[in-house]
Design a protein around this ligand. Structure first.
Ligand SMILES: NC(=O)c1ccc[n+]([C@@H]2O[C@H](COP(=O)([O-])OP(=O)(O)OC[C@H]3O[C@@H](n4cnc5c(N)ncnc54)[C@H](O)[C@@H]3O)[C@@H](O)[C@H]2O)c1
Length: 402
C-alpha cells in the first residue's frame, strides 16, 4: 500500500487524512504534540471528521499521527496542508509553507509527489515550494510537484471531499497524472486545468467572489435601512428572478480564515503586477466596518449610548454550527460595544471558552446582539434573553436587525 504523508492535521489535513486512509497508509504530521497525542488516541478535533473514522483507520494500520519529522521518510506522496495567514501588514505569510518545505527537504530522500493544498497566490508551487525544497535538500532529488487547492467547507455535510469537484494541475504531465490517481481514490470529479497558476488563482477568485458579494449586500443593508425598507424582503424579491442573480445575506462581517484572508493574497499579487485590486480592497473595508455599523445601530436604538448597559453578544464563532472563532466579527463587535461604554459578556456554548474566558449563561443583559445562531440554540430563549435584541443573522423574526 502506498504511503502518504500529510503535513498539517487541521481542518484540511485531517479531513484529507480520513479520506485517504481508506486506500493509503497515511502519516499525519503536525507540529502540535497535543493534537498528535489526541489523534493517536482516536480523538478528532475537527468538525466533520468522526473520531470513529480515525480510530478505525488506526486499528486497520492505515493512520498514525506524528510530530517527528523522520516519520515522513519513505512516503510516496506528500500533501502540504498548513496555514497560510496574513502577517501584521495584511500581506501573505508563507512561513508555515516554508517550514513544511524544510521538513520535506530534510526527511525525504526518495523522489515523491509533493501536492500543495494550502491556499496561496499563483506561482506558489512553481516559484516558492519547488525552489525552496530543492535549495534545502541535502542531495539532489527530482520530486514531482502539483497543486490541488482545498475547497472543503467545515461543518457542511451536503458537499464533502467525495462530491465536491477538485481542481488540480501538475508542473509536469507525470505530476498531473499521479495527482489524478491519488485524488480519484476518494473524489468523484477531478478537473484538470492547464497550469498550477490557474488552479491557484481559481481558488483565490472563488473566495474573492464571495467576499465582494458579501460586502455588496452589507452595503445594501445599510442603504435599505436608510430607505426604511427591509433588506431581507428586498433580497427575497430580487431572488425571484430566475437568472442573473445570486442571493447573499448581510451579516456583522466575515470571519474564518478564508474569506477575510484569501482575497488579500490576490490583491498582493495584483499589486506586484501593478494592477489595481479596487473591489477587493473596498470589500475588505466594508466588511471590516460592519461591526462598527452594528454597534452604532444598537446605540442609536438605546438613547445614543451603551454607557452602563449590560450587553451580551450571542454566538461568537464566525459561522453557525462550528466552534471556529478565527477572524470572527464578534471580536470587533465586542470591542466596539466596549468602546461605546457597554459592559460586555458573550454567550456561545459551542465555543465554550475563548481568549481565556468562558461562555456566560444566556440572559441577564439589557441588550443582546446576535452574531451567529447555531441550529441547537433556542430562538425563543434568545428573543427573551434581553429587553432589546439586535439580530445580525436574519433568523429571528420579531427582533431588531439589519
Ligand atoms: N479550513 C478551511 O475551511 C479551508 C478551506 C479551504 C482551504 N483552506 C486552506 O488550507 C490550509 C490549511 O488550513 P486549515 O484550516 O487546515 O488550518 P488549521 O489551522 O485548521 O490546521 C493547520 C494545522 O497545521 C499545523 N501546522 C502548522 N504549522 C505546521 C508545520 N510547519 N508543520 C506541520 N504542521 C503544522 C497546525 O498545528 C494545525 O494543526 C490553509 O492554507 C487554508 O487557507 C482551509
Amino acid at each position: 500500500m502506498a504511503k502518504v504523508a500529510i503535513i498539517g492535521q487541521g481542518y484540511v489535513g485531517l479531513t484529507i487524512s480520513a479520506f485517504a486512509a481508506k486506500s493509503y497508509q497515511v502519516i499525519g504530521f503536525d507540529n502540535n504534540e497535543k493534537v498528535v497525542d489526541r489523534l493517536n488516541q482516536g480523538i478528532s478535533h475537527i468538525e466533520g471528521v468522526k473520531s470513529e473514522d480515525i480510530s478505525a483507520a488506526i486499528t486497520a494500520g492505515n493512520y498514525r499521527a506524528t510530530a517527528n519529522g523522520a516519520d515522513i521518510a519513505g512516503a510516496d506522496i506528500v500533501v502540504i496542508a498548513v496555514p497560510t495567514p496574513l502577517d501584521k501588514d495584511r500581506k501573505p505569510d508563507l512561513t508555515y509553507i516554508e517550514s513544511a518545505c524544510k521538513l520535506i527537504a530534510e526527511n525525504i530522500t526518495n523522489p515523491v509527489l509533493v501536492i500543495n493544498e494550502s491556499t496561496s497566490y499563483p506561482g506558489t508551487i512553481r516559484s516558492v515550494i519547488k525552489p525552496l525544497i530543492e535549495k534545502l535538500a541535502t542531495g539532489k532529488v527530482a520530486h514531482l510537484y502539483a497543486i490541488s487547492p482545498e475547497r472543503v467547507d467545515p461543518g457542511r455535510s451536503d458537499w464533502d471531499q467525495k462530491n465536491t469537484p477538485r481542481l488540480y494541475a501538475g508542473l509536469t504531465p507525470e505530476a498531473s497524472k499521479q495527482t489524478r490517481e491519488f485524488y480519484s481514490s476518494f473524489c468523484d470529479k477531478l478537473v484538470e486545468v492547464s497550469s498550477p497558476e490557474v488552479a491557484e488563482a481559481a481558488k483565490l477568485f472563488e473566495n474573492t467572489f464571495r467576499q465582494v458579494n458579501i460586502a455588496l449586500v452589507n452595503e445594501f443593508a445599510q442603504i435599505s435601512h436608510a430607505l426604511g425598507i427591509s433588506v431581507y424582503e428586498t433580497l427575497d424579491a430580487a431572488d425571484t428572478k430566475p437568472y442573473g442573480f445570486m442571493k447573499f445575506n448581510p451579516s456583522a462581517g466575515v470571519g474564518g480564515h478564508c474569506i477575510p484572508v484569501d482575497p488579500s493574497y490576490l490583491s498582493h499579487v495584483a499589486a506586484g503586477l501593478g494592477v489595481p485590486a479596487t473591489f477587493i480592497e473596498r470589500a475588505n473595508e466594508v466588511n471590516l466596518e460592519m461591526p462598527k455599523y452594528v454597534v452604532a445601530r444598537v446605540a442609536a436604538d438605546n438613547g445614543g449610548s451603551l454607557k452602563g448597559k449590560k450587553v451580551q453578544v450571542i454566538g461568537i464563532s464566525y459561522k453557525a454550527n462550528v466552534a471556529d472563532t478565527r477572524e470572527t466579527p464578534a471580536e470587533l463587535v465586542i470591542e466596539e460595544a466596549k468602546k461605546a461604554g457597554g459592559e460586555v459578556t458573550w454567550h456561545d456554548d459551542l465555543v465554550g471558552t475563548w481568549k481565556g474566558q468562558s461562555s456566560t449563561p444566556l440572559g441577564g443583559a439589557d441588550i443582546a446582539i446576535v452574531i451567529t445562531l447555531h441550529d441547537g440554540v433556542d430562538k425563543k430563549a434568545v428573543l427573551a434573553s434581553a429587553p432589546y435584541v439586535f439580530d445580525t443573522t436574519g433568523k429571528l423574526p420579531g427582533a431588531k436587525g439589519l
